[in-house]
Structure formats: C-alpha cells, structure tokens
Design a protein. Structure first.
Length: 316
C-alpha cells in the first residue's frame, strides 16, 4: 500500500525546491523532508545542516521536545529506533526500556503521528511433529514488528543530532559531521527503500495490492515484498551506494526467495547509481531495474499547488 504521507512530503519537497536531479531530491529529502523549508539544493548538504539546523538548534530542540512532551523515555526510544534495526523489542533493549514503559512510549509516539508500525508477516514456527517440541533457539525467537518514522527529519534528528546534543550545545560539531560523513549512505538507504516501495506500488496502481512492505524473519530480510489480488508476487532489493549494482545482488535476492519458497512474478532492483551492463541486458518481464532518475514519475503528474501538513504545523 502506498505510503501516502511520505509521497505527499516527497512531492511537496520537490515543488518547493526543484532540485536538479532525483538523486539530489532523495538525498536532501531524507534529511529535510517534512520540515516545509525552502532548501538550496545546490549547496553542500553539510553546509545546509549547519546553516539551517545547527544554527537553529535551540528552536528545533524546543519544538521536538514539545512534540515528545520532554519525556526521556520517548527520546531514548526514538534514538534507538533511528539508529537500530527498527525492531521494537531490540529498540526497547537498546533504549533500556521494558515492555511496560517501552510500550507506553511506543503508543504515545504512534498516537502523536511521529512513527507508524510496520507489522511482521513472519509465520510462527511450528514443529513438523504435532506432538514435537521446537528447538530452544527457535522457541525463544520472538516475532517483532518494526517501526517507520513518519517524517524523515525526525529520524535525522534522533540519528545524528540528539546523540551529539552536548557537543552541539558546546559549539563542537566535529563528531556530528564525522559521524554523518561515515553513515550518510546507510542512513539514506531506509528512506530510499521506503520511496522504492512507493514507486513500485505507484506503478502497480491498476492492481489491487493485498500486502506490501519489507519482509523479515529470524534469518532472512527482503527490502520489499508486494502481493496483489491476482496472486502476483513482486520482490525487490534497494541499494543506495556509490557504485553500480551488479549481477551478484540479483543472485542474493534469488537465493532469499528460494529459502522462503517464493517464486516471484517479477524481481526488481532499485539503485542509486544504476546497473552493470550484464544486468541491463537481463531486463525484461521477470526483472525490472530502477535508478534514481526513475523516481521522477512520482512528481511528474502531481500538482504543485497541493498544501500538506508539515511537521511543525499547528495541527500535527
């Protein structure tokens, strides 16, 4: 199902700022998405972070504090969700929360509209023998749902800004920007994955989508698994890296499908920087390839007059 709010924010960012290309659009949107600011996307992203965010740190820190009711558990959970694997139970552990206070914080943040739950599609493990018992490591495995941030900027704040809050207050930004330089691509990968699902489902808009999102279990993760009512299955992997994706990534995805006993109607690869010649020659009905420029279709036929609620609008 298309993430309507993310798509609206993506379009709003584009029509407000008109970046030169879709790679720039995605990269800058992953940080400033949801703020409703005018961004000069010809400027280096680190310059904009310092100029627009760091120099207005007190204002944003106060506004975000108000959103989370200045509750430390809410901030700790948001940080754990931002930097971790998004699984709820592991986020509780990382934040030092238990099921009670962690669940309370999770419910608050969900009701506030800052996060949304991505429900697991993993089936509970069962013994092949009706009277048999599962192995201990399998029996101990807990199916965990994941969390997505509603606004990219909130995730950026708790991924990069909040962990360095003391240094920032002291005027020291060195660790923040060193961390950003190291982790920018891995950080942007999740937003790219979310937008890739939006693009896939946008292209499938004439079909009835029964289920869509990432798939994970104890051993396997697939970035996107979409199923339509005519029993067509689409699987996809998303790579936000500075090199072209090659055939090995296709093989990895095919191996995952075999382990899950899935026969996809179409396999899809999304790439920041395109694909090897060998992969391009394999394109067809069973394999689709999307690069950054293909995301232009999400804004091409949209209206630039639409008004949406941004993060700090009074009714958010």
């Amino acid at each position: 199902m298309t993430n309507v709010k993310l798509l609206e924010q993506f379009r709003s960012f584009y029509f407000r700022n008109y970046p030169d290309d879709m790679e720039t659009q995605i990269e800058y949107f992953a940080i400033f998405g949801g703020l409703g600011l005018e961004i000069d996307t010809t400027q280096p992203i680190t310059f904009l972070i310092e100029d627009l965010i760091i120099q207005n740190f007190d204002m944003y820190n106060e506004k975000i504090g108000q959103l989370v009711m200045e509750e430390s558990n809410n901030k700790r959970l948001l940080t754990a969700l931002a930097v971790g694997d998004r699984r709820i139970f592991s986020a509780f552990n990382r934040a030092g929360l238990n099921n009670a206070n962690g669940g309370s914080a999770l419910n608050f943040l969900q009701e506030k509209g800052l996060i949304q739950i991505e429900y697991s599609r993993e089936e509970p493990a069962k013994s092949l023998n009706p009277n048999g018992k599962l192995k201990k490591e399998i029996a101990r495995h807990r199916i965990s749902h994941k969390v997505l941030f509603t606004y990219p900027f909130i995730r950026f704040w708790f991924y990069f800004i909040y962990p360095h809050i003391r240094d920032i207050k002291n005027g020291d930004y060195e660790k923040l920007f060193k961390n950003f330089e190291t982790k920018q691509n891995s950080y942007t990968s999740l937003v790219f994955e979310e937008l890739s699902e939006v693009l896939l489902n946008y292209n499938l808009r004439d079909a009835q989508i029964l289920s869509s999102g990432s798939y994970w279990d104890a051993k396997i993760e697939i970035d996107i698994l979409t199923v339509t009512d005519d029993e067509r299955v689409y699987v996809a992997e998303c790579k936000w890296t500075n090199h072209r994706v090659n055939k090995s990534e296709l093989h990895k995805l095919q191996e995952k499908c075999e382990k899950l006993d899935i026969e996809p109607s179409q396999t899809i690869l999304f790439s920041k920087r395109g694909f090897s010649k060998e992969l391009k020659q394999m394109q067809g009905k069973s394999l689709a390839l999307y690069s950054s420029e293909d995301f232009e279709s999400l804004v091409k036929n949209a209206s630039n007059t639409e008004l949406i609620n941004h993060l700090f609008d009074s009714n958010v």
